[in-house]
Design a binder for this molecule. Structure first.
Ligand SMILES: [Zn+2]
Ligand SMILES: [Zn+2]
Length: 825
């Protein structure tokens, strides 16, 4: 009997895999390909349990697919640019690059110790100039096509540090570094015109049948396409105000208008009115409110009357124009018609300021009274109080009223979107430099491709004040105009790190290519990505940006498809003590500690078994010990017979076997079926592990009866199959036991076991059911079914149940394989 020395075993096989380049792959047209991807980590310092969960899921699928004969690509890299490195530089004086590289080295060691099947030769880090060079190249292609453009936009500004802050540096409106009140400032910024693809982002969801609906729904809401109408409201003494509405059927109920405080016409509208002084004061107050809280609807609805009136173009009624904080410039036209009877926000505003409420949609089942209504009614109904357009079904009224507006030349059908263009400018150092210069003569000039990459200078000062560190590096800022050769100023903004992660999965295919971002022929072999696993928190942003990027690449004729990912699988979060596990909550568990105590295989098996991969995982130290005991049981079971099987000849399994051996084979083949289905169809890795545990129980139970004689062939089959099925989950112990059973390195290239349906099939037996000594029915059950289940089936049989109704069951006796006898009173 040998001991399960997990540390020695795991490090030995990891070394063997590395030396054998076991997980390195190349294109092989003779084999079907499988591209299995996980979201690349940010090198924050340590691998955490959430990462481990993500990578365990993909690793099982990758190893399984390989055993099924696929050519599997399962790469990893580092999302290495971004704010934390720069913050570390400011706080601790360590260069962002040094901080990042050290973290990568640490985390790489941790990943290798967990035995993930990565082709390390394809490792990329987005902070490598060889990587961000291609961000710049893509940016220039987008600049040429007008997809990248510059316009003014607000940023968070700390007046004391004299610098732009990221949203996460300005939480609660205070500077993260000095605590000063953050201001909003308009600055020129770079944008990517993602809105040019907004319809495609929605319509191409038809191609994403293997994405979870909840992710698609979040993306749909983010793009926010709403069909509706634009209508002009005449303004006394001025140009008409244009509004957008999705509910033109309620227009007769528009009793006032509301403009966003930022609306361009606000100043003109208040000028010269009797309310001007009061209005200006109120508007100033609204301007001071936090923009993000307003967007999130977190501030109390407030407004002020401009003193000016418009005319409702349908009813002809004179209505007041207000300015209100609940109207945003980002959506529609920044001006709304307010219909308090049928819109809840308008209703609350009208109640607060005593504005009129008019019912114009009547529900099918009751009458609404504006005086007593407690909420707006936005359900179905018929139009009332709507002049000649009264009495219509509300849905029908939308078409009729839109047509009416078009005839009169006061409006038209229109579609509005919530999606905004992607602001990629960051006034920070640790990002991809935006490759343009500003020339007095030529304006904005893109850096020519042959001068890429525009490198980050190493010697920038990291003080946290006085703006972007890049602005203080004269050798970087002073450039030569590529067009006229005159002096130019280099752009100091860097790119949002979401740019890096929008296309990294293409770079894995040609990680060292230096004359293009990737090889299109290689993309044709590996794409689309067959499975992409990552956190649900990426449902928008990353997963929208990367779809957008692929569509741009398609329009650049770099790829030939619309969507990069076939199947998306979001894994659940990790919780501990009922809370999400996170550094800030202080409830993290260090994977290193678990590996030291129990080994990587135990951690993997535990994480995969304790919860369904898409559900939250509640951390439990007890269950880890349980996973370790499972592996020890497997170790003892195989170890006991390994030598005998390794040295003996391989006898074929005879057609006729004694009962226990038949039973064992049945369980083995049922387990193959179950584990295969669980991985293949639903990624139910937790129930797959449970099935393996059941198999271990069954082998343990039957092992004394099949250790000798013809049944021994079934034992060998059982042990070898157990090890093969275990190998994607706990690869090190599987590799070790495989070797001890006399089989050759490496188990990762053994074919996945195939279930023999005939062997797996249960023998069925018919059992008579007696009630008080008389046969009342028959049930057919699998042979060997446990007594309790036979009993339940027997009393549930409809014919038997008839004789039990209203009686008390005193006793049930099961004679295995023959009879169930029920005694009733
Ligand atoms: Zn500050
Ligand atoms: Zn020039």
């Amino acid at each position: 009997m040998t001991e399960y020395l997990f540390d020695e075993i795991e490090t030995r096989w990891q070394q063997r895999w590395a030396e054998g380049r076991t997980f390195e792959v190349t294109e092989d047209p003779a084999r079907p390909k499988y591209y299995c991807l996980e979201m690349l980590p940010y090198p924050s310092g340590d691998i955490h349990v959430g990462h481990v969960r993500n990578y365990c899921i993909t690793d099982v699928v990758a190893r399984y697919k390989r055993m099924r004969g696929f050519n599997v690509l399962h790469p990893i890299g580092w999302d290495a640019l971004g704010l934390p490195a720069e913050n570390a530089a400011i706080k601790r004086g360590v260069h962002p690059e040094k901080w990042t590289r050290e973290n990568i080295a640490q985390m790489k060691r941790q990943l290798q110790r967990l035995g993930f099947s990565y082709p390390w030769s394809r490792e990329i880090a987005t902070c490598d100039p060889e990587y961000y060079r291609w961000n710049q190249w893509f940016f220039l292609r987008m600049l040429e096509r007008g997809i990248a453009y510059r316009k003014k936009a607000p940023v968070n500004w700390c007046p004391s540090c004299q610098t732009v802050l990221a949203n996460e540096q300005a939480e609660g409106g205070a500077c993260w570094r000095c605590g000063s009140q953050v201001e909003e400032r308009e600055m020129d910024q770079w944008f990517l015109r993602i809105t040019a693809y907004q319809d495609e982002l929605l319509d191409d969801m038809a191609q994403l049948s293997e994405w979870p609906e909840r992710v698609l729904q979040q993306q749909r809401e983010w793009v926010g396409r709403s069909p509706g109408a634009e209508v002009d409201f005449p303004v006394e003494g001025g140009e008409p105000l244009r509004i957008f509405t999705t509910r033109i059927d309620t227009i007769y109920g528009a009793t006032f208008m509301v403009l966003a405080p930022e609306h361009a016409r606000v100043d003109e509208l208040v000028r010269g009115t009797s309310e001007e002084a009061r209005a200006r004061q109120g508007i100033q107050r609204l301007h001071a409110q936090d923009r993000r809280s307003r967007q999130a609807g977190l501030v109390e609805k407030e407004g002020v009357f401009t003193g000016r009136y418009a005319t409702n173009p349908f009813s002809g009624e004179k209505i007041p124009i207000w300015v209100g904080n609940f109207v945003l410039t980002g959506y529609g036209t920044g001006a709304i018609m307010a219909v308090p009877a049928h819109d809840q926000r308008d209703f609350e505003f009208a109640r607060k300021y005593g504005l009129p409420i008019r019912v114009v949609i009547e529900p099918p089942d009751r009458k609404l009274d504006p005086a007593t209504m407690e909420a707006a009614y936005d359900g179905p109904g018929r139009t009332v109080n709507s002049g000649e357009l009264s009495g219509l079904d509300a849905r029908e009224a939308i078409g009729r009223m839109t047509a009416h507006a078009e005839e009169k030349g006061i409006g038209k059908a229109a579609v509005t979107y919530r999606l905004r263009d992607w602001l990629i400018s960051r006034q920070r150092y640790w990002g991809t430099p935006i490759p343009v210069v500003y020339c007095e003569k030529d304006g904005i000039v893109g850096v020519p491709d042959d001068q890429l990459p525009v490198l980050l200078p190493r010697d920038a000062p990291f003080t946290g004040e006085g703006g972007n560190p890049l602005e203080k590096v004269p050798a970087f800022v002073h450039a030569i105009c590529p067009r006229c050769g005159g002096p130019a100023r280099r752009e100091t903004d860097t790119m949002d790190t979401f740019v890096d992660s929008s296309w990294y999965f293409y770079r894995y295919l040609s990680p060292r290519k230096d004359d293009g971002p990737f090889d299109p022929a290689v993309v044709r072999y590996w794409f689309p990505i067959d499975l992409y696993v990552g956190g649900i928190e990426h449902a928008i942003l990353h997963l929208v940006y990367s779809r957008f990027w692929t569509k741009v690449m398609r329009d650049l004729a770099l790829v030939t498809f619309d969507e990069p990912v076939t199947r998306l699988f979001p894994q659940g979060m990790v919780h501990k003590d009922g809370k999400v596990m996170s550094k800030s909550k202080g409830n993290t568990v260090a994977p290193d500690d678990i590996v030291r105590k129990y080994g990587a295989d135990t951690l993997r098996l535990y994480i995969l078994n304790v919860a369904s991969p898409e559900d939250p995982l509640e951390w439990s130290d007890e269950n880890i010990a349980g996973a370790h005991r499972t592996l020890q049981r497997i170790w003892r079971l195989v170890d006991k017979h390994a030598e005998g099987f390794a040295s003996g000849t391989r006898e074929p399994i005879p057609a006729e076997l004694p009962g226990p051996a038949r039973q064992l084979r049945r369980k083995v083949h049922q387990t193959i079926q179950k584990v295969t289905d669980d991985i293949e169809q639903r990624i139910k890795l937790n129930t797959a592990v449970s099935a393996l545990q059941e198999l271990v129980n069954e082998i343990t139970r039957l092992e004394p009866e099949v250790s000798a004689g013809p049944g021994r062939t079934a034992l060998r089959e059982a042990l070898e199959t157990l090890v093969l099925l275990l190998s994607p989950f706990a690869p090190h112990i599987a590799e070790e036991l495989w070797g001890r059973l006399g089989r050759r390195f490496s188990i990762v290239d053994r074919p996945w076991p195939v279930a023999d349906a005939a062997v797996a099939k249960e023998d069925a037996v018919e059992i008579a059911v007696q009630v008080n000594g008389k046969v009342r029915g028959h049930v057919v059950v699998p042979a060997g079914m446990v007594e309790e289940e036979v009993r339940q089936r027997a009393v549930a049989d409809p014919k038997v149940a008839e004789h039990l109704r209203g009686k008390e069951v005193v006793k049930v006796v099961v004679v295995p394989g023959r009879l169930v006898s029920v005694v009733v009173r």
